[in-house]
Design a protein around this ligand. Structure first.
Ligand SMILES: C[S@@+](CC[C@H](N)C(=O)[O-])C[C@H]1O[C@@H](n2cnc3c(N)ncnc32)[C@H](O)[C@@H]1O
Length: 383
């Protein structure tokens, strides 16, 4: 937890939570929509659920997913089975009350008091034959690497149906704290070993061989996501989450999917959640220190300008794909299509790039589709 006590933490969401929750609220309904057919069912685990709702009434992660589940259910879209684990008795009391309220509205929501590890068997049994989304958001170190790989790679199918996706909080504060002390007399070998378990080896220690250097934590986060991707066959995206502009990440959110659609939709959700985070920064600074506000405004990349720069860059990326000389679906080439702008701009920018290519007479599509990611681009000329 980023603030001192549970009481303080649950008073109102801090900026990292503003980003995390906005991302979750954007991505989760899409996950249900993308994977909820043909079975019409989805299983979700919030393994470190907390209280579910802040004292100021704002929704936490549990309230957010339950809102989606209740909405999908009322529309007859997808039936969600939502599991929540919470270890603290105090937080669990609040969580259980919230979950119970949704249960009384007919949502299949189950709260578990204890360590999330004790809930995995039940979640996996319930998720047999159904899509599963795991949201693992601890306040400190994440699950041991082997346990995570066991669930993602061995106990779930790795190809085809049913899909499994992950959103994991990887604590950069813990990496900096433990790594920074790992070679000093202040260091504690048992704490180092806990990080070994989370990282799946002692490899992280070499990044701190000379003590803490400014980007050692970022190198560890990048290597962690690479290794988790290799061990599970998932595509991983690791995004830093900070308390303010120019600050070090409090944690990275590590997203894992085996789906091209998941990768596309996550990038879009990320770009939009970044905007929400910036609005949060501005609101916070308007309410407080004007000097800081000016600083943030100066640092904020102008979204319109970023998008303007992204259109020709993305059009060029699509042009490169046109060299194959045959039709292709945008979503099957998410990384190539967005290039450096992946997660930085929403998918609407791809629509603008498509319209530009159409106007230039390079493709047969005018970009008028309901879902741009599903567009099959048809080249008009050989390039
Ligand atoms: C960062 S908070 C959760 C925030 C919540 N996911 C949200 O976004 O609204 C982490 C929570 O995990 C709980 N926790 C820590 N270790 C746990 C464990 N092993 N199993 C279940 N819950 C745990 C803590 O008590 C705390 O409430």
């Amino acid at each position: 937890m980023s603030k001192g006590t549970a009481g303080e933490y649950w008073a109102e969401p801090g900026l990292p939570s503003v980003f995390k929750h906005d991302l979750l609220s954007r991505y989760i309904p899409k996950f249900g929509g993308m994977t909820g057919s043909p079975s019409g069912e989805v299983v979700y685990l919030d393994g470190y659920a907390g209280e579910g709702r802040y004292l100021n009434g704002e929704p936490g992660s549990a309230d957010r997913v339950l809102t989606v589940a209740a909405h999908h259910q009322s529309k007859g879209l997808v039936r969600w089975t939502c599991f929540f684990a919470e270890r603290s008795a105090e937080s669990f009391t609040q969580l259980e009350a919230l979950v119970g309220a949704y249960r009384s509205r007919g949502v299949d929501a189950r709260a578990f008091h204890g360590d999330v590890l004790g809930l995995f068997d039940e979640v996996l049994a319930t998720a047999a034959g159904r899509p599963l989304f795991l949201f693992l958001d601890p306040c400190g170190l994440a699950l041991p690497f082997d346990r995570l790989v066991d669930v993602l790679d061995r106990r779930r199918t790795t190809t085809g149906w049913p899909p499994t996706e992950l959103l994991l909080n990887f604590s950069m504060m813990a990496v900096r704290r433990i790594g920074g002390n790992s070679h000093s007399p202040k260091g504690n070998e048992r704490t180092n070993e806990r990080l070994d378990a989370v990282c799946g080896g002692t490899w992280w220690r070499r990044f701190f061989a000379d003590g803490y250097t400014h980007d050692a934590d970022e190198k560890v986060a990048a290597e962690y996501s690479l290794r988790l991707g290799k061990a599970t066959g998932m595509r991983m995206v690791s995004v830093p989450v900070t308390k303010g502009p120019g600050q070090k990440a409090v944690y990275n959110l590590v997203f894992g999917t085996r789906s091209n659609h998941g990768l596309w939709v996550f990038g879009d959700a990320h770009a939009r959640a970044r905007d929400t985070w910036w609005k949060g920064v501005e609101l916070q600074e308007e309410a407080g220190d004007n000097a800081l506000f000016t600083l943030a405004a100066m640092r904020r990349p102008d979204p319109a300008k970023v998008q303007q720069e992204a259109v020709p860059a993305i059009a060029e990326n699509i042009r490169t794909l046109l060299w194959q000389g045959r039709p292709f679906k945008l979503v099957d080439h998410t990384v190539q299509v967005f290039g450096d702008f992946y997660g930085q701009v929403p998918e609407t920018v791809v629509g603008r790039a498509i319209r530009q290519l159409y106007a230039d007479g390079l493709i047969a599509n005018d970009g008028k589709v309901s879902r741009i990611k599903n567009l099959e681009v048809r080249p008009l000329l050989r390039h």
